[in-house]
Write a protein that binds this ligand. Structure first.
Ligand code: DAT
Length: 174
């Protein structure tokens, strides 16, 4: 079912860890005045976890609880949601979905810089090579609202910000 038009749209920025989601979201927040919702931070703040993943060394997200925490905010519109997975959000929340993509050699260096190693590093690189998050987005939202954006360089980042600002302008006038 089509969304009724909100006063302000909600944007989802997703992709493999390290592709540049938070960097992009921070810039978008500054340029648009929209509120950046980092789902990992919300989960930490409201303790939306259900156990601990020993293999990856991180807590397991309690998806239902984090969705409950986000629901009222999402209803307001004007949100930029940042998370490395996207299939558990209600489809109705988003007007547009951006999936950032990074070449695996570039991503590898970024994740090593972040301190990733071993299975965690390899799995994230594979996730990007197999375009897992792009496929997840295409399987979860209408294909015409899902856009893959390259995120290898500072120029890409700037182009992406401009592209999203243009989309927003178009949305406002439509
Ligand atoms: P994410 O939020 O997807 O995990 P991030 O925004 O924290 O990623 O970025 C990871 C690192 O890579 C960080 O040091 C900034 C850098 N980076 C992100 N996008 C980039 C881009 N398009 N060009 C150059 N560096 C980028």
């Amino acid at each position: 079912m089509a969304n009724e038009k909100r006063a302000m749209p909600n944007i989802l920025v997703t992709g493999t860890p390290g592709v540049g989601k938070s960097t992009l979201c921070q810039q978008l927040q500054e340029r648009t005045g929209f509120e950046w919702l980092d789902v990992g931070n919300i989960a930490k703040e409201f303790e939306c976890f259900d156990g601990f993943d020993e293999v990856y060394g991180c807590p397991i997200l309690d998806e239902e609880r984090v969705l409950d925490e986000m629901e009222d905010k999402m209803a307001e519109g004007g949100k930029i949601v940042d998370y490395h997975s996207c299939d558990f959000f209600p489809e109705r929340w988003f007007d547009i979905v951006f999936v950032l993509r990074t070449d695996n050699t570039v991503l590898y260096d970024r994740l090593v810089q972040r301190g990733y190693s071993g299975k965690k590093l390899e799995d994230n690189i594979q996730c990007e090579i197999f375009q897992t998050i792009l496929d997840e987005a295409l399987g979860s939202y209408k294909e015409d609202i899902v856009h893959a954006l390259p995120s290898n360089s500072a120029d890409d980042m700037e182009n992406n910000v401009e592209k999203i600002l243009q989309w927003l302008e178009h949305w406002r006038n439509s």
